[in-house]
Design a protein around this ligand. Structure first.
Ligand code: SDX
Length: 431
């Protein structure tokens, strides 16, 4: 790429030209700063899916979609997956550096001593029917936290922002487990401070009063790894939602609740639930060819869920790790799941098919994760809740980064208006 510092926009109609600065970061493509474009030229830019638009500067996560690279604060996801744990990764996303032993102990102590949810949240959850979707209950519960914790909600106060981050990371598993217990009609379990973060969550999910819970350490290790892989991912739809809501000065609980609702969509975090339902619908490796054919048919809305990505035009590095994990965890848990054979056959068929190869459609983070959640005994409708628990660390890290950035403004895109031209009101008797 040239080392030019500006780009010129030539307006053939008015025979004028504008010069716009090029901005570069540590890694990745340079950006054309179009901040004064409208003022200088009277033109907007048009990029409805934001495929060519950088919405902000950020130091948290870097993705190279062509090379399949994912870095959290510069650390490759493969190294964090192998050597770190979710709580340490959360500290890294929030603070920009890996914690030393003292810093980690203090962070873990803070998280552990904020895990309880307000007792009245139990009654809030009782207001839902038992068959309410867990994501509906989670989004409502997290939004309600600003009703329970309105004491420290000054978004301009760094201490209040830090406390909100601790409270959200700490309480998300407690509330998620309580949502599950509501769905199955079991009494809520209180967090046990003597357990580490993920084991504590599994205990709240599955422990019943009638017998002690035997927790397999393989399950906790597998879930901790899945949480690391889902913790952040640059300016994806839900993180962009959190930032847009945060840009209005909304409190952190409202901003994160907005992220949860954006994540729910099947094109985004809801895909992990949709993948499992799709594998069940396909049912057997023998039906894979038909599924691939349907996915290619423009007249059929059927898409291979868990395939494709706006940024990755190569293998999603998280999908590679989860795929290997899938075999290992199912073997270690002694789980034989015929849907794994369907998934492997589907992946093999798609990766050989010209339609997918041409469009660079590879399995993404959601393709295999559901098979592991299922092997851990997590219900399908709770899969996106798992994604939300993990992504809370990324969301709140971005929300804090946005508030720490001087000169941050409210997000307010413009549009191309395609409606009626100006016209006069016509009385009902003349219509
Ligand atoms: C996540 O942004 C992130 O980082 C998200 C995420 C994160 O960590 O935050 O990585 C998590 O959301 C992963 C994505 C999970 N969603 C799915 O698995 C749903 C299935 N995938 C698709 O809906 C789609 O691939 C998207 C939504 C993921 C990406 O959509 P894009 O970038 O808008 O791509 P597109 O719809 O423009 O597709 C380009 C072409 C189209 O065909 P043509 O118009 O060129 O003929 O590829 C086709 C699409 O029809 N296509 C698919 C397909 N995905 C894209 N065809 C069949 N099956 C698919 N899954």
């Amino acid at each position: 790429m040239s080392d030019a510092k500006t780009v010129k926009l030539v307006d053939e109609s008015s025979k004028t030209q504008s010069e716009m600065p090029l901005i570069s970061g540590t890694l990745g493509p340079a950006c054309v700063d179009i901040g004064t474009l409208y003022k200088d030229t009277g033109y907007f830019t048009y990029d409805p899916g934001y495929g060519s638009t950088a919405s902000t500067k950020s130091a948290i996560t870097y993705i190279d979609g062509d090379k399949g690279v994912l870095l959290y604060r510069g650390y490759p996801i493969e190294q964090l997956a192998e050597k770190s744990n979710f709580l340490e990764t959360s500290y890294l996303l929030l603070n920009g550096e890996l914690p030393n032993k003292t810093q980690f102990a203090s962070f873990e102590h803070d998280i552990t001593h904020h895990t309880m949810m307000h007792e009245n949240l139990k009654f809030f959850l009782r207001g839902f029917n038992h068959d309410a979707h867990p994501m509906a209950m989670l989004a409502g519960s997290i939004a309600s936290l600003s009703a329970f914790y309105h004491d420290k909600l000054d978004v301009d106060n760094p201490e209040d922002r830090k406390l909100a981050a601790i409270r959200l990371i700490a309480k998300m598993p407690t509330i998620a487990a309580a949502v599950h217990r509501r769905s199955v009609g079991w009494p809520v379990r209180y967090p046990r401070n003597n357990l580490e973060y993920v084991t504590r969550f599994l205990h709240m999910m599955f422990e019943v009063p009638s017998e002690p819970l035997e927790l397999n350490p393989v399950a906790a290790k597998a879930l901790d790894l899945l949480f690391i892989l889902h913790a952040d991912h640059e300016q994806n739809a839900s993180t962009s939602t959190v930032r847009l809501v945060g840009s209005t000065g909304a409190n952190p609980y409202a901003s994160i609740a907005a992220g949860i609702t954006a994540l729910w969509g099947p094109a985004h975090g809801g895909a992990n639930e949709a993948v499992l339902k799709q594998l069940e619908e396909i049912g057997s490796p023998d039906n894979v060819e038909t599924a691939v054919k349907r996915a290619k048919d423009k007249n059929d809305s059927f898409r291979l869920m868990g395939f494709g990505h706006r940024v990755y035009k190569n293998f999603d590095p998280r999908a590679k790790i989860i795929r290997e994990m899938c075999h290992k965890v199912l073997n270690e848990l002694g789980v034989k799941d015929p849907l794994l054979d369907v998934a492997l056959k589907l992946e093999e068929a798609a990766l050989k098919d010209e339609y997918f190869v041409e469009r660079k459609l590879y399995p993404n983070v959601d393709f295999y994760s559901g098979l592991i959640y299922k092997a851990l005994g997590i219900p399908t409708e709770m899969f996106t809740v798992m994604f939300a628990i993990a992504r809370t660390s990324g969301w709140i890290a971005h929300w804090i980064e946005q508030h720490e950035t001087p000169g941050s403004r409210i997000g307010r895109p413009r549009q191309i208006y395609t409606g009626a031209d100006v016209r006069d009101y016509v009385g009902a008797d003349k219509r």
